[in-house]
Design a protein around this ligand. Structure first.
Ligand code: AHN
Ligand code: ZN
Length: 341
């Protein structure tokens, strides 16, 4: 055979061998009769949500209560404010303190200290988390010692405790979105009132810190995708119903958060009914003045048909706080936060 012919035969044999090998590798176990199964829709890379540690959230509530009452102008207010800033500084990318003076309903001048900790402040897509860190200067719902300031373990302490634990996790693992934790001041200095629905003037005697911030945002043109306010979210067996104003301003956020809570197994806490209308709280200001859709996760009590029985009384101490409730709230908020793209 001439040389070229030998070469052609060799190439042909090689090609055949290769084809056979390829064919074999394509065959399925049952001889290539059935096509390979259609792969199920690939879920995106699983989102890893950091653990929320309820023991540390509880310790942060206790730490605040140990300062005593934290009403604006008090010793506890000054000391706790210093501690909060020192706690957040090493965890956040920036911590901004807004200080000023506000006037209470009775004409009293109060020192104001809003604390805003930010992660990835350069990002446009952000989530705002809020809780008030001040406590009520009097116990107007109590039978005794009505004029003395309360400890505010649940009313003030609980929301801040949960957010401080989230802050610790934000340092360890960044979510896709930027985050701001806004600890509002002078929320709980409102005019005592028996009416659930007081007039507009009386309503605006509450939430003086968030009102100040809305007039003077900590950064120019500040905005966020949405906001979540935590208020009185630490009592045992707390129930969180969809709050009416949250449903009006930010129904998509309510649905997202309540769905997350239920999927995580916290359906005892997150209930699918609207039971109350919280006419004034920091979310009202953020919605109304900043136009950031913001919800309120705030405990509703089946007995009082309003807030927890310890509300604005001296009973609002550490014994009200339950780790299981802190856990349900903290895990739910973190789940939502870390699933934002
Ligand atoms: C009213 O008392 C109308 N709203 C509740 C605001 C508040 C007080 N949250 C905590 N303490
Ligand atoms: Zn209060």
């Amino acid at each position: 055979m001439p040389r070229t012919a030998v070469r052609i035969v060799a190439i042909a044999l090689g090609a055949l061998l290769l084809a056979a090998l390829l064919l074999k590798s394509c065959r399925t176990d049952n001889g290539g009769v059935t096509p390979p199964p259609v792969p199920k829709e690939e879920p995106g890379p699983a989102v890893k949500v950091p653990t929320f540690d309820a023991d540390s959230a509880y310790a942060y509530v206790k730490r605040q209560v140990d300062f005593g009452p934290r009403n604006p102008g008090s010793e506890g207010h000054k000391a706790c404010g210093d501690w909060l800033v020192a706690f957040l500084r090493p965890l956040a990318d920036t911590v901004i303190e807004q200080t000023g003076t506000v006037t209470a309903f009775n004409g009293q001048k109060l020192p104001l200290r809003n604390i805003i900790a930010s992660w990835a402040p350069e990002k446009k897509d952000r989530v705002l988390l809020l809780a008030h860190w001040d406590t009520r200067p009097f116990a107007d719902k109590d039978e005794t010692r009505k004029n003395e300031p309360i400890l505010g373990a649940n009313d003030g302490g609980s929301g801040v405790g949960v957010l401080l634990e989230i802050a610790r996790r934000l340092k360890e693992q960044a979510p896709m979105v930027g985050v701001d934790i806004f600890l509002t001041d002078a929320e709980d200095v409102g005019e005592p009132s028996d009416a659930i629905m007081a007039g507009e003037n009386s309503l605006l005697t509450w939430c003086l810190g968030s009102q100040y911030w809305a007039r003077n945002p900590h950064v120019p043109n500040y905005t966020a995708r949405y906001g979540i306010l935590l208020d009185m979210c630490g009592a045992a067996e707390a129930t969180f119903y969809r709050e009416q104003l949250s449903m009006q301003f930010a129904p998509h956020v309510v649905h997202k958060v309540w769905k997350a809570g239920q999927e995580l197994g916290h359906e005892r806490y997150f209930r699918n009914e609207t039971k109350y209308f919280v006419g004034i709280d920091d979310h009202v200001i953020v919605n109304r003045d900043m136009r950031i859709p913001t919800i309120d996760i705030i405990g509703y009590d089946e007995g009082t048909k309003a807030f927890h029985p310890s509300w604005h009384t001296h009973k609002d101490d550490l014994s009200v706080i339950d780790k299981a409730t802190l856990l349900a709230v903290g895990r739910t908020v973190m789940h939502v936060l870390y699933h934002e793209r």
